[in-house]
Design a protein around this ligand. Structure first.
Ligand code: ADP
Ligand code: MG
Length: 252
């Protein structure tokens, strides 16, 4: 009896993972589609046939992925020191050429911060999901939509780095703020649960994936939200650096 229950649980989590993967294919695809759509305005008729082809094929993959049943295992990912500012700028560029064309971006980076220890592609995914949600919350009709990306050292917290036995790290905090309407009150307790969405075409997997990736990195995700002030704070472990690199920050 117990075994049966365990089996059902495992099957459900594989299905959830498959759905997450499908979601993750769509994000870079929407970047490709957005870029092709941008090009459309500045090319001649012959090239426009090609940009249309890119858009149509991207749409076709999205539909295929929707129907596809993907099974995947959780293989460990490679982690290394990653410059979080490069990640954030990349996400900003991708967003601005696609779904966030109507948004003003503001950056408040602390350039003296050391790299974080993580997987670059997964971190791009995390911030792309957050920026996409922020842009969608602000809505296309808004004329004063603003997303702020900031980085800072977060004192007073220690993170345990997974896979590195009993190693602790100091956290770097990345904030993604938006001036949209805020997270509905009743949604807040379930915000990071899979399949929770208020959008007609949403998957409800974006934040579940954010929580999963950040958790796998040994990090923490927090959200504070009220109208015109929503902030997602992501704490990530800083890569181990020498005392001098820490710029006077308390070393481990
Ligand atoms: P999806 O975007 O597919 O709906 P997510 O897991 O990314 O799924 O987000 C879940 C829900 O959380 C969204 O449908 C939305 O209601 C809410 N949400 C997420 N980010 C924000 C935000 N920045 N402002 C307001 N609501 C948000
Ligand atoms: Mg989302």
């Amino acid at each position: 009896m117990d075994r049966q229950l365990t089996h059902r649980g495992a099957a459900r989590s594989v299905t959830a993972l498959a759905a997450m993967l499908a979601h993750e294919i769509k994000n870079p695809l929407s970047g490709i589609r957005g870029a092709a759509q941008l090009l459309e305005g500045s090319v001649d008729d012959q090239d426009r046939t090609l940009t249309r082809l890119i858009c149509d094929e991207a749409d076709r993959i999205v539909k295929l992925v929707d129907r596809m049943e993907v099974f995947s295992d959780e293989r460990p990912v490679e982690r290394q020191p990653v410059n979080i500012h490069v990640v954030l700028e990349h996400v900003k560029k991708l967003s601005q050429s696609g779904f966030a064309r109507h948004i003003r971006f503001v950056e408040e980076y602390d350039p003296s911060l050391p790299p974080v220890f993580g997987n670059r592609d997964q971190l791009v995914q995390v911030f792309l999901n957050l920026v996409k949600n922020a842009a969608e919350a602000i809505g296309e009709g808004a004329t004063d939509g603003e997303i702020m990306l900031s980085t800072a050292f977060r004192p007073g917290v220690r993170l345990t780095m997974p896979g590195v036995s009993s190693r602790v790290a100091l956290p770097l905090e990345v904030c993604v703020r938006d001036n949209g309407p805020g997270v509905p009150d009743d949604l807040m307790p379930h915000l990071f649960d899979p399949f929770v969405t208020t959008k007609s075409s949403g998957t409800g997997l974006g934040l579940a994936l954010v929580a999963k990736i950040v958790g796998d990195h040994g990090g923490i995700v927090e959200c504070d939200s009220q109208p015109r002030k929503t902030v997602f704070r992501i704490l990530l472990p800083m890569a181990r650096v020498s005392q001098t690199d820490m710029n006077g920050r308390k070393s481990l």
